[in-house]
Design a protein around this ligand. Structure first.
Ligand code: PLP
Length: 360
């Protein structure tokens, strides 16, 4: 395949990210029928490769046109019910937004918030879990507004120890395929993500991995009051594609599925293993962070968290030096053909910028 992208500025925001040539080429696939023998195995393999990517042989992947945000709606409507108590661990903008989405559907939300650049500690989480029976806890593995990396393995272990009935729900939009995740082994019930970050595709796909307890939760509730987002409609479609006998509910975005297929092939089949891929992300992240430090710049993630693997490997949030702001730096980088992301966190957005270094 000889295919080259038009010249463009290097996109180094924390998603959407640069898309590899072969993935972009797959995205330009000629039109196919969404139920054709040509397309069906492609979608089926995408679902299988997603299980490998998050190491979740027992999970049901659900891939639907939409952005990551739609995952919050899906979880609110299919796994949870109005009145359920949910503990939201908040390490930035995206924890707040997840909480907002849950409240929209009548879920009773309690947020455990860390100071900016920090994350809630195990003692606080334990105390909350002991204070009431939560139906679910949500954790943002990497909050893209702060670059805080949560220790989802440790939190999930704690939940299983203190409150085993509580479902563990992970927002992996800024972490899947960049940060280590072992969904089954770590006892995670739901992971939601999207196509445009570590998965290396254009935006447009919402991806949710539903573990057996999340499926039980769906089955034990009355049918969700939504048409498009109802998993009772989508799960049979997903199963049918894996079985090679497609059924129809809502046309899948065939080109994006081709793109995701190509990207997942690289992620799951090489040239490097998933473990090696995580290691490469850690190395790339260290290079960026070491350089930031060598320039005398600080990160939004607290020093303490930086020292204990609490800074994301998929992105870096960099504080502007005293006396400089976005207008002094971002347009100058753009002149050098590099696009960095502006700050996102309310009250802090003029104090820092973000560098994405995930994916290929
Ligand atoms: C951690 C996190 N969650 C959720 C979202 C929402 O995803 P989307 O913008 O695809 O709707 C984002 C987007 O950047 C994110 O970073």
């Amino acid at each position: 395949m000889t295919f080259h992208q038009e010249d463009h500025k290097l996109l180094m925001i924390p998603g959407p990210i640069e898309v590899a040539d072969d993935v972009l080429y797959a995205n330009a696939h000629a039109a196919v029928a969404h139920v054709s023998p040509q397309f069906v195995p492609v979608f089926g393999e995408v679902l299988q490769m997603l299980r490998k990517t998050v190491d979740a042989p027992s999970a049901q992947p659900i891939v639907v046109a939409g952005s990551g945000t739609m995952g919050w709606d899906m979880i609110s409507l299919n796994v949870l019910q109005p009145g359920d108590d949910v503990l939201v661990l908040t390490t930035g903008y995206f924890g707040d937004a997840f909480a907002d989405a849950l409240r929209t559907y009548g879920v009773q939300v309690e947020q455990l918030r860390a100071p900016v650049g920090g994350r809630p500690g195990p003692d606080e989480i334990r105390a909350k879990l002991e204070s009431k029976k939560f139906r679910a806890i949500t954790i943002t593995q990497v909050d893209t507004s702060t670059a805080v990396l949560s220790d989802i393995k440790a939190v999930s272990e704690l939940v299983h120890q203190v409150s085993p009935e509580t479902l563990v729900v992970v927002d992996g939009v800024c972490s899947v395929a960049s940060e280590e995740i072992h969904m089954d082994a770590w006892g995670i019930d739901v992971i939601m993500t999207a196509s445009q970050k570590g998965l290396g595709c254009p935006p447009g796909l919402c991806i949710v991995m539903a573990g057996p307890r999340a499926i039980q939760a769906l089955e034990s509730r009355k049918s969700p009051a939504t048409y498009y987002l109802n998993w009772n409609r989508w799960i049979p479609v997903m199963k049918s594609y894996e079985a090679g006998t497609p059924i129809y509910f809502g046309t899948p975005p065939t080109n994006l599925i081709y793109a995701l297929h190509q990207s997942l092939k690289t992620i799951t089949e090489g040239p490097v293993s998933l473990q090696e891929r995580y290691k490469m992300h850690r190395e790339a992240s260290k290079k960026v962070k070491d350089t930031i430090r060598s320039l005398g710049l600080k990160q939004l993630v607290s020093e303490e968290l930086q020292a204990s693997n609490g800074a994301s490997n998929s992105m870096t949030a960099v504080c502007y030096p005293d006396g400089l702001g976005a207008a002094d730096i971002l347009p100058k980088m753009a002149q050098r053909d590099i696009v960095f992301g502006a700050g996102l966190l309310k009250d802090y957005k003029d104090k820092y910028f973000r560098i994405g270094h995930m994916g290929h």
